[in-house]
Design a protein around this ligand. Structure first.
Ligand code: LLP
Length: 422
């Protein structure tokens, strides 16, 4: 059994490395800010899921919204991963990266008719439906194209994952999923449509989950529906429990993938559904620990009440602190002899919300390199061009080698699609 790799970021002689490469070398070769990913960490994280599922029908669909770089997708596709997508753009990426559309599930509350047609043409595994109007839209498009659409219903199990309100999705008050009481009528409606094939059931209760219990609660509620459907003669092929496992940003102690899967599989087996394909949609836990954002200190500013390290990465590169008040670990890349002081680590963007870390004890001076760890998930994928800042470069480390997997955007590329009036 493959064990999820130890921290891919380690110190040697005081300097911070990703696998066998000093981060300082990456900064001098590719500049800053740059996202760095560890190939072995991504592969080990995926293997932790795949190994725990071995021996039973299963499919892991990596939730690519966490990080959709083609190199990341390609490594996962080569490992046998499927993909959880939420847009036509993500489907195009899966195909461009060599992923198998037959292993794609399409999530999201607002799929358009054009996206549904694109996914039907690609023959994806299944649409995870979230409403009656969406079911009807899928049927209409399928009729027009003369194809059958495989569907699953995303049930809102109304369980509290006890996470940040912006990322809990399985509560009654959320826009996601089909209300529990509406699920059976939706399945029955689906069963009556000529171009719909019912294949599964799914849920996703939230992100940054640190406990197995809410998953089991959701599992029981899903399995209750599976039982009723079976009584109606509707046999499902798969049960998809969504994503959501947290990673260790600071002192979190999320269950390992094997622990979650062990508990879910035991529950599914006990309730007599062990023959069904067990699916999961992990995002963060596959790529989060593999990534770091490398940035350079530009200015050290001593303020009236606070001291600031103004670095060359900003909220446009890494939005999580600004948006969720997220705590991310910031580490000096090289040892520094100076005296640590307390700093807010901020970017150059014209917003007070532009910060990466607050009140950190660190010794640093202009020119020093810092690494924001745990930045592989929802880092680059949420980056923008705010303040006309080109997005960071991305590199993948493989042992002693470094591959540039996305070059830095140039300013000309930022306005290439714009034009002035005649
Ligand atoms: N499946 C569905 C239907 C989802 O909506 C999501 C994430 C996942 C799977 C993957 O969840 P994960 O394993 O990554 O927790 N931007 C936020 C996280 C938003 C998560 C949205 N949905 C953040 O940076 O914390």
């Amino acid at each position: 059994m493959t064990v999820a790799s130890a921290q891919p970021y380690r110190r040697s002689g005081g300097a911070l490395f990703c696998e066998g490469v000093p981060l300082a070398d990456i900064a001098s070769r590719f500049g800053t800010p740059t996202y760095v990913y560890s190939r072995s960490a991504i592969e080990a994280a995926f293997a932790a899921y795949a190994d725990a599922l071995r021996g039973r029908p299963s499919l892991v669909c990596y939730a690519m919204k966490a990080n959709s770089n083609l190199a990341v997708l390609n490594l996962l596709a080569r490992s046998g991963s499927g993909f959880d997508i939420v847009s036509g753009g993500e489907l195009a990426r899966v195909i461009a990266a060599g992923g198998d559309p037959r292993k794609v599930v399409f999530s999201g509350v607002g799929k358009t008719a054009a996206e549904i047609a694109q996914a039907l043409a690609a023959d994806i595994l299944c649409f995870n439906l979230e409403s009656v109007p969406e079911l009807e839209m899928v049927e209409r498009v399928a009729v027009r194209m003369g194809r059958r659409a495989r569907i699953s219903v995303r049930v809102n199990p109304d369980v509290d994952p006890k996470t940040h309100p912006y990322i809990s999705t399985g509560l009654k008050s959320n826009k996601f999923g089909v209300a529990y009481a509406d699920t059976l009528p939706l399945y029955r409606r689906a069963a009556s449509l000529s171009h719909i094939e019912i294949v599964g059931i799914d849920c996703h209760i939230g992100s940054r989950i640190n406990d197995v219990a809410p998953y089991l609660e959701a599992a029981d509620r899903l399995l209750d529906i599976v039982d009723v459907l079976a009584g109606d003669g509707i046999e499902l092929a798969h049960i998809d429990f969504g994503g959501g496992l947290d990673i260790r940003y600071r002192d979190e102690t999320p269950p390992a993938a094997a622990e979650l899967i062990g508990a879910l599989a035991a529950r599914v087996d006990r309730r007599g559904h062990g023959g069904k394909t067990l699916m999961l949609e992990p995002g963060r836990s596959i790529v989060g620990p593999a990534g770091a954002l490398l940035t350079r200190v530009n200015i050290v500013k001593t303020g009236a009440e606070k001291n600031f390290l103004i670095v060359d990465a900003a909220m446009n590169d890494l939005l999580r602190p600004a948006l969720y008040d997220a705590w991310m670990d910031v580490q000096p890349v090289q040892p520094h002899g100076g005296l640590p002081r307390t700093y807010d680590i901020v970017g150059p963007i014209c917003e007070s919300g532009d910060w990466l870390a607050r009140q950190r004890q660190i010794a640093a001076e202009p020119g020093d390199l810092l690494a924001v760890l745990g930045a592989g998930a929802y880092g680059m994928s949420m980056a923008s061009n705010y303040n006309s800042r080109g997005r960071a470069a991305e590199v993948m480390v493989d042992g002693e080698r470094v591959y540039e997997v996305r070059r830095r955007e140039t300013v000309e590329e930022l306005f290439a699609l714009e034009s002035t009036l005649p």
